[in-house]
Design a protein around this ligand. Sequence first.
Ligand SMILES: Nc1nc2c(c(=O)[nH]1)N[C@H]1C(S)=C(S)[C@@H](COP(=O)(O)O)O[C@H]1N2
Ligand SMILES: [Mo]
Length: 378
Amino acid sequence: MDGTAGTGGTPRVGEVSAPGRVAGPDEGIGTAELALAARNHGLPLEALRYDTTPPGLHYVLVHYDIPAADAGDWRLTVGGLVRRPLGLGVAELRARPAVTHRVTLECAGNGRARLSPRPVSQPWLVEAVGTADWTGVPLAALLAEAGPADGAVEAVFTGADHGVERGTEQDYRRSLPLPHAADPDRGVLVAYAMNGAPLPPQHGHPLRLVVPGWYGMASVKWLRDVTLTATPFTGFQQAVAYRYRQGPDEPGAPVDVIAPRALMIPPGFPDFMSRTRVVHPGPVPLAGRAWSGHAPVTRVELSTDGERSWTDAEVTADPERPWAWAGWRTSWTAAPGAHLLTVRATDAAGHTQPLTAPWNRGGFGNNLVQRVEVLCVT
Ligand SMILES: Nc1nc2c(c(=O)[nH]1)N[C@H]1C(S)=C(S)[C@@H](COP(=O)(O)O)O[C@H]1N2
Ligand SMILES: [Mo]
């Protein structure tokens, strides 16, 4: 005991975890961040080649522990300001008309580890993304069945996982405005299957919310309750975490819609330790994926000359799947030497990726252009 944590009395939950902070100027990634990174893995970038991400290769982000869950006795309750409260098992949900949406999910903290100064948290580089076919019941249908009562403004979603975050003990909980939650055109799903199989434990078995176009924190896993409320939700994950803030004391703006990003399938082959890409001289096919939660991606550009000039890649989007990433491809002729390849996505609403990283205290929404160093050797 160093005497600073009290005088030997009963510990309080507020003493358990450290406050959110920004790393010092020369502070490398510490063991606490390493422990998070070892639990919460990213998409190996070569898996960008698949239209839907194979099981186990989709990124994973779990704030606390994966909870014990048995599909046989799971209950989803829908209550609060509703006329007919619901209590449904997984079999009852599976008996309802099902829909499948192909959705690209991305963690709001993707890109955080490259910020300077670095917000201390899950240290994603760029790989916190994946695309799956999610099957389930439209949330709009369940809300229509329950019948929102007068005065309901939000739907609050509770997961079965429990933890402490910056001193606040909590169930993982997030909300959506009711007009969003209840709009069938926004595609919000209570999903029980991923790529045609029951949800794996780490992705929310047996039920999760999927909110297309929003960063991943909105898609509550291990979903056990939906409550309609008369006032906007002010819980930790809504009002404290997931805010764009420059300083610690501002309320900040909510983190919600996914900003555009393009990533390339790493060209050539890697060096084991540095992961620098190595190619031989000649034509090198380049391809990857691009997405935006605001609007379809309309343009992907490549620069091979340090961002002085850009050429358009061919973009292939499926209009039937507005919430899934688009494919892009182009080609480049490699000459011996060191090269920097940069890719940049732009969406139909005019949002484009910045050439300098947008900084905020949580390290959210850093959609800096992707820069890939390639060494061409003979
Ligand atoms: N119940 C619960 N839901 C959760 C989380 C969580 O920790 N608990 N993490 C959220 C975050 S921050 C992200 S990015 C996505 C990740 O979803 P995935 O692991 O299926 O890719 O789940 C979201 N839903
Ligand atoms: Mo996340």
